[in-house]
Design a protein around this ligand. Structure first.
Ligand SMILES: Nc1ncnc2c1ncn2[C@@H]1O[C@H](COP(=O)(O)OP(=O)(O)OP(=O)(O)O)[C@@H](O)[C@H]1O
Length: 494
């Protein structure tokens, strides 16, 4: 057993390295990232893959290349055998030699045992669903009716509807476009492309459209880009690419979420064909991603240009009023489950003012308040909210400038002491830095004029007001001073 002695996981690592170099990262990770070395004997290398179509794909496209690369490692290798993990045969009893060969096993995907054991696919789509499960997207039980439904796609979250989506300035256009598409009126924006950074409601809006269109009896397919990728590959390898495309052509609305994850040249080409076919057939496509089409730099130019050809709409970060309204809506929804759940207005204001980044963070903040309230039975108060949310707020909030920081930076910059700033001395070298410090306290902190006055040696708020006005007035004409103010602000913001 010459091969058995000579071959080990280090050889497999070298083969993978060369494959990666020859195929490029994109193709390599599409097809080989989940291939494991199982064992070897008599010149045969056994590799395992998670799905049948991956096995077929690799066999038909990369067999010779694999044999060649393995031969480079070990002369006597003449054959590659691929098996589907957990499906085709029991794992061979490991000998010491085979043990050293085995790559670490990946955790089993829940439900995969049922699907794969003794399973003979007759429908490529079922196979695609196995693949989908293998990448952890939209897991579907093969024994259920759903598995037989080509148009099933990923599950929709019933919470994501138009009724629960709160409108604001930052998402008004996206909402209007989504409503228009959902209304079933003749296709006008195709594709509709939604982009926004994380947690701003893209998935919510897409699923709201999907649910509405599905409820009207039209055919809808909602997929993540990854899910699309695996379905396409499945169909291709089950030699049913034509059937797959025909199936897609019967769909009224195709939604692809997280477009930034669409990788691989062939998959992108297929996506582009599908897009073209759907648009040419006057069917609707909606795509969402975390950036604009032109920023999707891993995508093929043709796909990018096709994606830009419909309506591209961004969703911006929510302003205070939208954040406040999202919270109010969420509280009413929560009250359907916890009738006694109450959040005082001042706490909602506090959360909306401080949790500023996304709908997801607002939801997270509210969930913490709910958990705290339900677990401890303590009412929700401002103090409780401040305590419960302090890490969330600290990490999402821009750095807060304190009056002490301002006094420290200003006194250092003008070479006066903090005691001078707070003193009653009226020499010009102290008055001007003091006025600048009070001005900065007004524009860089949320403190009121009386509060600032107190912190500057118990001065009256009119003195602070005078200082602020004086500095504003001087800075309008004195560019040296206005540059100095900018410098101080930058030092304080750093
Ligand atoms: N305008 C809104 N009205 C109501 N809920 C919202 C709104 N915007 C965001 N949300 C809520 O915030 C959470 C995150 O939204 P969603 O998952 O749609 O974001 P996303 O833009 O798809 O983010 P990602 O790119 O991370 O997937 C969801 O629970 C969603 O319901």
């Amino acid at each position: 057993m010459q091969v058995q002695e000579a071959v080990g996981s280090e050889h497999w690592n070298r083969v993978k390295k060369r494959l990666r170099a020859e195929l490029g990262e994109d193709v390599f990770s599409s097809w080989f990232a989940r291939v494991d070395l199982e064992d070897h004997s008599d010149g045969t290398i056994r590799l395992s893959v998670p799905t049948r179509f991956l096995k077929q794909w690799i066999q038909s496209h990369y067999n010779d290349q694999l044999v060649g690369l393995w031969k480079g490692e070990c002369e006597s290798v003449h054959r590659i055998e691929l098996t589907v993990r957990g499906a085709m045969r029991p794992r061979p009893t490991a000998t010491p030699a085979t043990k050293s060969l085995s790559a670490p096993k990946r955790p089993k995907i829940p439900g995969s045992e049922n699907r794969m054991d003794g399973y003979t696919p007759i429908n490529p789509v079922v196979d695609a669903q196995a693949a989908t499960a293998a990448v952890g997207v939209g897991r579907i039980d093969a024994s259920s009716d759903a598995a037989r439904d080509v148009l099933q796609g990923a599950a929709l979250d019933p919470k994501y509807t138009f009724e629960t989506f709160v409108e604001g300035d930052s998402n008004g256009l996206a909402l209007a476009a989504a409503r228009q598409v959902a209304s079933g009126s003749p296709v006008t924006f195709n594709p509709l492309y939604l982009h926004a950074s994380v947690g701003l409601g893209k998935t919510h809006l897409m699923q709201a459209v999907a649910a509405k269109v599905r409820a009207s009896g039209r055919k809808v397919l909602y997929l993540t880009a990854e899910h699309f990728m695996y379905r396409f590959v499945a169909a291709l390898k089950a030699q049913s690419a034509l059937a797959f495309k025909e199936t897609l052509r019967t769909i009224d609305l195709l939604l692809i979420d997280d477009m930034q994850f669409l990788h691989g040249k062939q998959v992108q080409q297929e996506f582009c064909h599908t897009l073209n076919a759907l648009i040419d057939g006057a069917r609707q496509v909606i795509v969402a991603a975390d950036r604009t089409p032109s920023e999707l730099d891993t995508l093929d130019d043709r796909v990018r240009s096709r994606l830009s050809g419909g309506l591209v709409v961004g969703i911006q970060e929510p302003d205070f009023s939208l954040r406040r309204n999202i919270l109010t809506t969420r509280v009413s929804q929560t009250q359907r489950t916890y009738a006694n759940f109450e959040v005082p207005e001042n706490v909602l204001d506090y959360v909306a003012r401080h949790v500023v980044s996304s709908g997801r963070d607002l939801e997270g903040a509210l969930n913490r308040l709910i958990a705290h309230n339900q677990l401890t039975n303590h009412p929700i108060t401002q103090d409780m909210a401040e305590l419960t949310l302090r890490d969330l707020i600290r990490s999402s909030e821009p750095r807060r400038v304190k009056i002490e920081d301002i006094q420290r930076v200003v006194s250092k910059h003008y070479n006066v002491t903090k005691a001078d700033l707070l003193s009653a001395r009226r020499t010009r070298t102290i008055v001007r830095p003091r006025q600048i410090a009070m001005y900065l306290a007004k524009v860089m902190t949320p403190r009121s004029l009386p509060e600032i006055g107190r912190r500057f040696g118990n001065r009256d708020h009119t003195t602070v007001l005078h200082a602020v006005r004086k500095i504003e007035e001087l800075a309008r004409t004195d560019t040296g001073l206005s540059q100095e103010l900018e410098l101080l602000k930058r030092m304080l913001d750093a």
